[in-house]
Design a protein around this ligand. Sequence first.
Ligand code: T1G
Length: 694
Amino acid sequence: MASAEPVSKLTIEGDVAVLSLNSPPVNALSAAVREAILNGVRSAVENPAVKAVVLICEGRTFIAGADITEFGKPPKGPSLKEAQDAIENAPKPVIAAIHGTALGGGLEVALCCHYRVAVPSAKCGLPEVNLGLLPGAGGTQRLPRIVGAQKALEMMTSGQHVGAKQCLEMGLVDEIVAEGDLRAGAIALARRIVAENRPLKKVRDLNEKMLADRANPAIFADFRKANARKFRGFLAPEYNIRCIEAAVNLPFDEGMKVERQLFMELMQGTQSAAQRYVFFAERQVWKIPDIEDDIELIPVKKVGMIGAGTMGGGIAMNFANVGIPVTLVETKQEALDRGLSVVRRNYETTAKRGRLTMADVEKRMSLLTGSLDLDSLADCDLIIEAVFENMEIKKEVFAKLDKIAKPGAILATNTSALNVNEIATAVKRPEAVVGMHFFSPANVMRLLEVVRGDKTSKPVLATAMQIGKKIGKIGAVSGVCPGFIGNRILRARTLQAQAMLTEGAMPWDIDKVLYEFGLPMGPFAMSDLAGLDIGWSKETSKSSTIREVLCEMDRRGQKTGAGYYDYDEQRNARPSPVTEKVIREFAAKAGNAPRTITEQEILERCVYPMINEGARILEEKIALRASDIDIVWINGYGWPVYRGGPMFYGDTVGLAKVVAKLKEYQPKLGPEFVLSPLLERLAAEGKRLQDVKA
Ligand code: T1G
């Protein structure tokens, strides 16, 4: 993070010293920055002409936290505590001048200052929980003393960035000055503090709110109960709560000991290692090695959507949400009306929940235009097709689009599995064709697989990624193969889950293991939710799979009250003796004597083939890097972020063990299973998937 320029400058403006930090990109608290703060404050304090000190940052933001790239490395330079103590114990007022985002260690430094001033656009937060951590520099003890236990619980377990206005209301900042006026405003405040001989407010001494909260211990029990589902599997939220309990019930220095102990536990744990890995993976995923960062993008001011069904409507909402008009084309009026009314209903539901105003709803609906005529897309910059998953139909649509769309328009397909190169053969401009695979519900799911065809041009690919970022998605580049990255790996798991049914495991055994592993739902409960009859038809059904047999028995999932599970009126699932009988008979017909399959085997048989398939995707260069595969599974398939994704998990378990187990299970893994040579080589060389470069 070190930049050529000195990371700080101390200027004396009359009787006020201004210590400005300048360590791009986010003034993180690297060793150099900690040193600069310590030395800067010390020399300001020693300077008899100085009556107050302003701490301010150059660049886009105030200190955005500890330098995450230094974690896990031997500590260098002064500790953060030394710098903070120099500020808090300074005999002259120190004022933090905040712009951008004062986050984590950055806010903790500001909380050691005696006063804080901010511009209206500034935000403050302690988002360490998103890194599987907790504020480890006094934030857990100082924040509650200002905002109270309840607000501290919300801020520290959500990691939310709170706006300046609310910070002022909570007392987190003492004053707001005009945008662009921060430096002068902070100096003016410093002079007023000196002139009015205001006290050196040390947050650590503020106990009023702690005493009040001490009388209301239910705060913590209620908060834990209200968030149990959301925090399931995560360690960090509970540890943050314990620190705030310590702040309420213990003297400051005792509370700091609790914070330190719990911080170190999390820092040395696998969950934080995983979440820190994901932090950088979410930033790497946008970088496409053979495309320059400053490539010229195609302006996207108007979007065309072919198909106004569940996917089409959801996709269109993403663009309307960011003010981009969308024309939705359908074949029949009632399909169009139905599609637009579903979109309006979704928006109205969001408004009822207070996350939108009705004016917002009308504004967004006004950006959506329905049409029965493909020609109405002639002036669109990006056209996305979401018609039935059939190659002939897709090619027919693209051939028509080729005649209608303006030169330079991007022609995108939302296919979730079909060959994008084959679709591109239907047009004379295959360089304009790209896959934009949204996940259902498309207005909610964050993941966007951007599928690069053999002929997709660099500006088209880069634009598809950037427009994905603009509509709030996390984009991941995938090459062309059946199922791209996400569904291809899903298939590897599904094959094993279904195979184990015929070996003695029951759907609820397998779902239990994957649910406890941290997935939101097991594969069989998921199938029941989606409907077992997707792609099934009575006419072609031959009782060739357990799923087919269940469908033939009209057990098609939650919607029929029965599928793999039986469901009560409230749709609560319970293991089904009917399904058990179907499975036993099916296994017997396959000549399998049922055996007890341990939970460990279930987990390994489901997850290790996923890791293997990920390695095959890497060696085929379908994915640019292992962390992209992890981003896909975390944002599209509910893989728990505190396990870093299937590839990171493989590295955590150790590839040697993964390969050994896969070889042990190989006789049972079925004809489709092929051990990845890359995985075997990395295991043999003691290397990791995350070190594989594109
Ligand atoms: N350390 C190191 N690098 C960081 C960083 C950090 N804290 N924050 C950002 N970067 C890099 C990032 O990798 C990227 O690099 C570039 O800066 C721009 O980031 C003791 C233990 C500040 C809101 O969790 O949330 O303090 O990819 O693309 O969208 O209690 O970055 O360009 O090479 O995200 O404008 C707590 C983390 C740390 C905040 C800006 N702080 N950062 O978002 O840009 S733990 C955080 C963010 C801590 C103490 C504890 C965001 C941002 P590159 P970006 P952005």
